[in-house]
Design a protein around this ligand. Structure first.
Ligand code: HEM
Length: 470
């Protein structure tokens, strides 16, 4: 075969030793030397990595059908009730039915709009918390508070229950973060048959997966039980899934079981929570370290919103600079830097190279978003680069793909971005921000941690300051 070039590999482990703790960065560096389509070997798994807009376009557009399945991954399979979900299941009739159903039930613009009052309510309580912290001049851990905010919204939208008082209330952060680590891990079990499972037991990955699975499972049981006991909770996604289980309505040719219901719910919880919350944390991190941008964004928000008591999602449209700030945040810190791995479902040829069937395909959008041929001074946070630019994140511009593109593109874009915008508007409109005593801008680090998502590694601590707009 004429495979894409790649770095030399060690016997047995292949290139695994080169991934380090931040695979997106290591792969980016390697691609600068070995090319925009690069071969890697992880144990017995052959993989390719696409790292530039052109090669990514080949994978996500030209060969979307051939590249949109997912490989079988041991721990995602366990957490998703053996691939009964949307994000990790193979490209199949089942996936198509679940995607169609969840898009209609949750992700259309109309549905997203219908959940506006929930976002409004939850952001309202979040603002109240900030006001208290501001009056006590107490630093707030924004990572934690923002993930909790998106968790509260998702619990109400998807599960019809309050996060507070639920089985996840106290373990919430730990469970979601653990799930992301397990889902994004380069697990030995996937690359070394038999012995890999033993390695994962030694490293603790197996146990972590079991712990996370049990916590999530009992949360799903609780939400489902609540629906079964209280007939007044109806017309939400759980209600529909339960009707499908009972055969009152169908999902194509499929008869749903409780595991299908839980698998589908899992995506909603996991995909919806970390992503939106951490995107706002990254935006605030870049704003506090770029006072010029913070000032400009605040001035715009305050000018447009003026003295309105309630900030609505209709206000977003008029906030041109804020939208650029968010785009720039998603460019520098795409929350899912390698997307979710794909697998070639047949032999294909990309850029003259052979990609054999069953090859795992990684799309390194972290690298795409730093491509020097597209982005001048790529590490600098400059929202103005989007001024007079057509580039958007909706999957049509292969230079900016925080939500992916093609058949597997994130269906939750609208829901996620509505929360990101409305939260950020509130934070900028109502408060000024300062660093905790003794800290300076240069002390705020920009290091990300790696899992399926890449949040800021050390929490962002900021003190909200009351203003005339609070
Ligand atoms: C800022 C917020 C978000 C970002 C940056 C984001 C990003 C992504 C990315 C990059 C993917 C993988 C696409 C691929 O593999 O090609 C994805 C998949 C997915 N996302 Fe999102 N997401 C966000 C919010 C949400 C929300 C709020 C939900 C649901 C409530 C959601 C549900 C999903 C699902 C179900 C998938 C799997 C789709 C499939 O494989 O068919 N996402 N997301």
């Amino acid at each position: 075969n004429n495979l894409p070039p790649g770095p030399p590999r060690l016997p047995i482990i292949g290139n695994l030793y080169q991934l380090g703790t931040k695979p997106q960065r290591s792969m980016f560096k390697l691609s600068e030397k070995y090319g925009s389509l690069m071969s890697l070997k992880f144990g017995y798994v052959s993989a390719v990595v696409a790292s530039t807009p052109d090669t990514v376009k080949d994978v996500l557009k030209t060969f979307d059908v051939e590249c949109c399945s997912r490989p079988y991954m041991t721990y995602p399979a366990r957490i998703t009730y053996n691939l009964k979900d949307l994000a990790f299941s193979f490209y199949s009739k089942y996936w198509r039915e679940v995607r169609k159903m969840t898009v209609v039930e949750l992700y259309t613009a109309k549905r997203v709009k219908s959940f506006q009052h929930i976002r409004q309510e939850e952001v309202g309580s979040f603002v109240q918390f900030m006001i208290q912290s501001a009056s006590l001049e107490r630093p707030v851990n924004l990572n934690r508070k923002l993930v909790k905010l998106s968790g509260s919204v998702i619990c109400k939208v998807g599960f019809g229950i309050c996060l507070e008082g639920s089985k996840l209330e106290n373990a919430y952060e730990e469970v979601i973060q653990g799930a992301m680590e397990v889902l994004g891990s380069f697990a030995a079990a996937d690359y070394f048959p038999v012995v890999g499972k033993i390695i994962d037991r030694i490293t603790g990955l197996h146990n972590k997966c079991e712990k996370v699975f049990k916590a999530l499972d009992s949360f799903f049981d609780q939400s489902i039980q609540q629906h079964l006991e209280d007939p007044s909770i109806k017309d939400d996604i759980i209600d529909l899934l339960l009707k499908m289980e009972r055969g009152e309505t169908g999902l194509g040719e499929f008869q749903l079981t409780r595991d299908n219901t839980k698998g589908i719910l899992l995506n909603l919880l996991i995909a919806g929570v970390d992503t939106s919350g951490h995107t706002v944390t990254w935006a605030m991190t870049h704003l506090i370290t770029n006072p010029r941008v913070l000032k400009k964004a605040q001035a715009e928000v305050r000018e447009v919103i003026k003295n309105k008591d309630t900030i609505t999602e209709e206000d977003i449209e008029r906030l041109e600079y804020l939208k650029m700030v968010i785009k720039e945040t998603l460019r520098i810190n795409p929350l899912v830097p390698l997307l979710i791995p794909r697998e070639a479902s047949k032999d294909i040829k990309i850029g003259g190279y052979d990609i054999p069937k069953k090859t795992w395909i990684y799309v390194n959008i972290w690298a795409v978003h730093r491509n020097p041929n597209v982005w001048k001074d790529p590490e600098a946070f400059i929202p103005e680069r989007f001024m007079d630019s057509e580039i958007d994140y909706k999957g049509l511009n292969f230079e900016l793909l925080p939500f992916g593109s093609g058949r597997r593109m994130c269906p939750g874009l609208g829901m996620g971005m509505a929360l990101v915008h409305v939260t950020l508007i509130n934070l900028l409109y109502r408060f000024d921000w300062k660093l905790p005593e003794g800290m300076e801008v240069k002390d705020v680090d920009l290091e990300e941690s790696y899992g399926l998502v890449s949040p800021k590694k050390t929490p962002l601590l900021l003190i909200p300051v009351l203003t005339q707009w609070t």
